[in-house]
Ligand binder design. Structure first.
Ligand code: FAD
Length: 476
């Protein structure tokens, strides 16, 4: 009979594509058993949008190479998670499947199915922390509930210790023989991206060592001025780490440790930055405690609001294509289309314009972001949209309508951001602005020589009036 203590451990990897500070990997490597790392192109991966899927593949390729350096491999399989893992358990004689916990509804639904199915078969199924600083059930209000407002959540955790980082394994113990693996290229994970990988590629910073370099550079040069520079989309004033955190190429705990160290060194922007890391935890806290966050109005009475829910309307199309005539909105939408990223200030402005001036349901914008962002994260994205729309917890109230014109004056005074992204506004547009026209599908029939709209689709004042009127008339 096989000694269960010697059987291989299947390490099922999802959004934890790194070797450092990886609790499940560290424990597996210390268990005296072979470890078989596996990435499954499962129902969660298949449902991801075009840009996230492309970026996910880049992360998988990077981890596969890093594992080779550790004497290991990354086994790739395609299919729904449970049957695929069951099949691998059978083929390899693995006695255990371990993974890192995720907290959004869909990821949990899949993992719960895997856990139940494997346990039924007598296979050990065990999950580990590592995706957030503080697991959602460990942060409680005085009365034992969950937090619905960020500030008290922040106060609760700001002096807590998320624990020490785990050592990076020197070697990952290999099995006597490896199971077969798919080839990543055969999965075509970039195929759905109609702007093509070549456009986004130069804007992505992929893999664990690039992420760690990025964190170091931000700590050395960026964090000091973060509190003010973070609001200026024309500058590189933020860490850019969201794409790496999304795929777990860096651990949130190492970001926290660096941020806390910078606080101790008296770097001015450090506490604000650590506070943003905690916004990420807060989003996952909410997604865990109220799973509807990612799909439905968090405040359920907002179901009765007269949102436009038709994504085919011209105004929604113009918003997606960055031709609303509202320069801040258009610059941000184009930035996202070319780079797969959008500055946080831009995200707030475009979301406010769509949900308030265009009175369009946040889900339409949320879905478009989910297709375009290389840092797409189900919890952060949904929380950001519901915060902007007024339907979420701790949201900006619906009657507080961002004015995209005054926002531009405040945060892009010198016009650097708009010039960078809107070619039609300049006689000599920069490459960034022109690259938008290489990125868009031909059927959008747009050209840098086209006239930019003379008037916004919905002017700031009129949109505000319309939104407030609808809000006053709401019957909830
Ligand atoms: C409508 C909308 C949609 C959004 N969608 C996403 C998304 O899909 N994925 C995503 O990672 N973030 C999302 N955000 C949050 C935020 O815009 C990005 O995390 C930020 O722009 C990333 O840039 P950075 O890595 O340079 O962040 P930094 O400013 O350097 O912050 C460090 C890290 O803190 C976290 N963080 C910062 N701001 C927030 C925030 N408001 N909410 C949650 N976490 C935050 C991120 O992990 C970020 O990488 C969204 C915000 C809005 C308003």
């Amino acid at each position: 009979m096989t000694d269960p203590d010697k059987t291989p451990i299947l390490l099922w990897l999802r959004r934890d594509l790194r070797l450092s500070d990886h609790p499940a990997l560290a424990e597996a490597c210390g268990a005296g058993r072979p470890v078989i790392p596996v990435f499954v192109h499962d129902e969660m991966v298949a449902a991801a949008g075009a840009a996230p899927r492309w970026r996910w593949a880049r992360s998988v390729a990077s981890l596969a190479a890093a594992l080779e350096d550790k004497g290991s491999r990354l086994i790739l399989r395609r299919g729904d998670a449970l049957p695929t893992l069951r099949k691998l358990v059978k083929e390899t004689g693995a006695g255990a499947v371990w993974w890192t916990r995720l907290y959004d509804a869909e990821a949990r639904r899949i993992a719960e199915g895997v856990k139940a199915g494997l346990r039924e078969d007598g296979t050990e199924a065990r999950s580990f922390p590592g995706h957030v600083l503080f697991e959602p059930w460990t942060v409680e209000t005085g009365s034992g509930g969950y937090y619905k407002v960020y500030t008290p959540f922040w106060k609760n955790v700001r002096s807590r210790d998320p624990g020490s980082t785990c050592p990076t394994p020197g070697k990952v113990p290999a099995p006597e023989s490896w199971p077969a693996s798919d080839k990543l290229e055969e999965w075509g994970m970039g195929d759905a991206m109609d702007r093509g990988a070549a456009v986004i590629e130069p804007h992505a910073t992929v893999g664990e060592s690039a992420a760690s370099h990025r964190l170091g550079a931000f700590m050395a040069h960026g964090v000091q001025d973060y509190a003010t520079a973070r609001d200026l989309p024309g500058q590189e004033g933020t860490s850019g780490l969201s794409e790496n955190l999304t795929y777990g190429e860096i651990s949130i705990r190492s970001c926290w440790d660096s941020g806390r160290r910078a606080m101790e060194e008296g770097k001015k922007g450090a506490e604000t930055w650590v506070g943003e890391l905690v916004w990420r935890d807060f989003a996952h806290h909410l997604a865990f405690h109220t799973p509807r966050l990612t799909t439905a109005n968090w405040r359920q009475d907002w179901d009765a609001f007269p949102w436009n829910e038709d994504a085919r309307l011209k105004e929604v199309r113009d918003w997606k294509r960055g031709v609303t005539g509202m320069t801040f909105v258009d610059a941000a939408m184009r930035e996202m289309y070319v780079t797969g990223r959008m500055h946080n200030r831009g995200r707030m402005i475009v979301a406010s314009y769509l949900t308030k001036h265009l009175m369009t349901h946040w889900r339409i914008g949320c879905d478009w972001f989910a297709d375009c962002l290389i840092d797409w994260d189900p919890a952060n994205n949904a929380m950001g949209w519901q915060w902007s729309a007024g339907s979420g917890p701790d949201a900006t109230p619906f009657f507080r309508v961002f004015n995209p014109e005054t926002q531009v004056e405040k945060f892009d005074k010198d016009g650097a951001y708009r010039r960078a992204w809107i070619a039609e506004l300049s006689d000599d547009p920069p490459d960034t602005a022109l690259s938008y026209f290489d990125a868009i599908p031909r059927h959008w029939a747009m050209d840098p020589g086209d006239a930019y709209p003379d008037e916004p689709l919905v002017p700031a004042g009129e949109g505000r009036r319309r939104a407030l009127e609808a809000y006053e008339k709401r019957d909830f």
